[in-house]
Ligand binder design. Structure first.
Ligand SMILES: NC(=O)c1ccc[n+]([C@@H]2O[C@H](COP(=O)([O-])OP(=O)(O)OC[C@H]3O[C@@H](n4cnc5c(N)ncnc54)[C@H](O)[C@@H]3O)[C@@H](O)[C@H]2O)c1
Length: 452
């Protein structure tokens, strides 16, 4: 006889409390029902998640929702090819997702819609009684959005996890491992960012997602349909979490440390306009659009334990992709751009960079050592497997998600705070404490084992 996920978790949670069971064991239990997941927003990112969900034996995708027929068609194809049952499809208008939230026995949802929809969808999901809500980056638009999500998660005693996949990047996790072993000494300065030429993503021809034209908004497809508008109207670090999430875990943000203040500087704005003129001609109507977002936005953050973080948002200029990580302590540093590190007394030659790879191999994180086979084909070099695994395993074990609502709020609130700072002439602004003091006593338990 099969039982529902909620019953199963209820009946077995006591048994799990003192045991660190391997992830797959839960599934091996004959009566364990698969985790029932709904996906809101099955655009290009939602389809990545869908594919990874469909590969798992412990998940049943019971509902999907989108407002775009083409995206729904692509998603249905993926489901058909997987041989799994077709989930219930919700569509028709922007609030069709509210009907999805009423699906019986839903264990969790994944939100992969445009940024402006994340907060309302999370709040509605929590009101509907969902205890596990995963959202793509970012959490909200305004600072108040972030508070609203934190407050609602507390009121409903629910988990809101931002799917920050870069926290699980293999090199980043090896460096986290080295940080925890004290190899860099005491950390003092960190750098990261989102440095990705998105001109061909923010502008397209309405049919092909990448490098195909210079339209945005209604006439465009996928991200160019909505993301570009943020570059028209906002100036700040619009995408801070890929850079800051992994760094925050290395210096125990919200777990003994916290972001205290921030200031941002914005460069002049040229890239998107120049791209439109180059590809579409100076008479193209979009050549008249004034983009507010500076081409390079640089943010400095001061932390309670004395570290500084430098973040860069750089999405409108020709440049190879790089998140630009630098992790520096009293003994040495790692930088990802030159694939190198230097550790005093350990590196062979004084004052000379050393290839990082042998260290990355030696200090491979236990999660990667255990699961790397399962990551094959999972997207973004395998890190997408881990972020989803973390969400699903938390549901199965009825435990808090390893990245919580306070992480999501602190990392994502950098956007509205950097906008405020820039608007006030790059003044330093205080960082709110979303944890209301809990950061002082919470311990860092992110990725401590090879479980999830
Ligand atoms: N973590 C990563 O590596 C990564 C990579 C890409 C995108 N993302 C994030 O994923 C999210 C989605 O990005 P994307 O690239 O899939 O964009 P996309 O435009 O391809 O997909 C968004 C989908 O949401 C749908 N949608 C819009 N309003 C809706 C509503 N009210 N109800 C239901 N569906 C609605 C759209 O029709 C579209 O299909 C964004 O937050 C983005 O930043 C993250």
């Amino acid at each position: 006889m099969s039982i529902t996920r909620r019953d199963f978790v209820k009946n077995t949670s006591i048994a799990f409390a003192g045991l660190a069971l391997p992830a797959t064991n839960i599934l091996d239990t004959k009566d364990a029902a698969p985790v029932k997941i709904g996906v809101i927003g099955v655009g290009l990112r939602g389809q990545n998640h869908l594919e990874n969900l469909l590969r798992r034996k412990d998940v049943e995708v019971v509902a999907i929702c989108d407002v775009d027929d083409r995206m729904l068609g692509m998603s249905k194809d993926l489901i058909q090819k997987s041989g799994k049952a077709m989930p219930k499809v919700f569509t028709g208008d922007n609030y069709a997702y509210r009907n999805l939230l009423q699906t019986k026995n839903l264990d969790g949802i994944i939100i992969a819609t445009p940024w402006e929809w994340h907060t309302p969808m999370i709040l509605d999901a929590l009101s509907a009684g969902l205890k596990y809500v995963a959202t793509e980056v970012i959490l909200g638009i305004t600072l108040q959005d972030h508070w609203n999500v934190v407050n609602a998660a507390e009121v409903h005693n629910a988990n809101v996890m931002m799917l920050e996949n870069v926290c699980y990047r293999r090199d980043v996790m090896a460096i986290l491992n080295m940080v925890r072993k004290g190899m860099f000494g005491e950390l003092i300065h960190l750098q990261g960012g989102y440095q990705h030429d998105l001109r061909g993503v923010k502008l397209n021809d309405g049919k092909t997602a990448y490098n195909s034209g210079v339209e945005f908004g209604e006439k465009a497809f996928s991200e160019a349909r909505w993301r570009t508008n943020h570059s028209v109207h906002r100036n700040g670090d619009l995408y801070p979490t890929h850079g800051v999430g992994p760094l925050a875990m290395m210096i125990d943000i919200n777990r003994g440390n916290r972001f205290q203040s921030l200031c941002s500087f914005s460069s002049k704005t040229r890239g998107l306009h120049n791209y439109i003129v180059k590809k579409g001609g100076e008479n193209h109507p979009n050549a008249k659009v004034e983009f507010k977002l500076g081409d390079v936005v640089t943010t400095n953050i001061k932390c309670a334990n004395g570290e500084t973080i430098l973040l860069q948002h750089d999405t409108s200029s020709p440049r190879p992709y790089s998140l630009g990580f630098r992790v520096q302590g009293t003994n040495g540093l790692w930088m990802d751009v030159n694939h190198s590190l230097y550790i005093e007394g350990v590196s062979q030659k004084n004052d000379q960079w050393e290839e990082a790879q042998s260290y990355l191999d030696k200090y491979d994180h236990p999660l990667w050592a255990r699961w790397s086979k399962d990551t094959e084909g999972a997207g973004h070099g395998g890190m997408d497997f881990f972020v989803l695994q973390a969400f699903i395993e938390s549901i199965k074990r009825k435990t808090p998600t390893p990245m919580d609502v306070y992480d999501a709020a602190a990392w994502s609130a950098i956007t509205p705070l950097s906008e405020s700072s820039i608007e006030m002439g790059s003044q330093t602004v205080d960082f709110p404490d979303f944890t209301s003091g809990k950061w002082m006593t919470t311990k860092n338990n992110f990725a401590l084992t090879n479980e999830y």
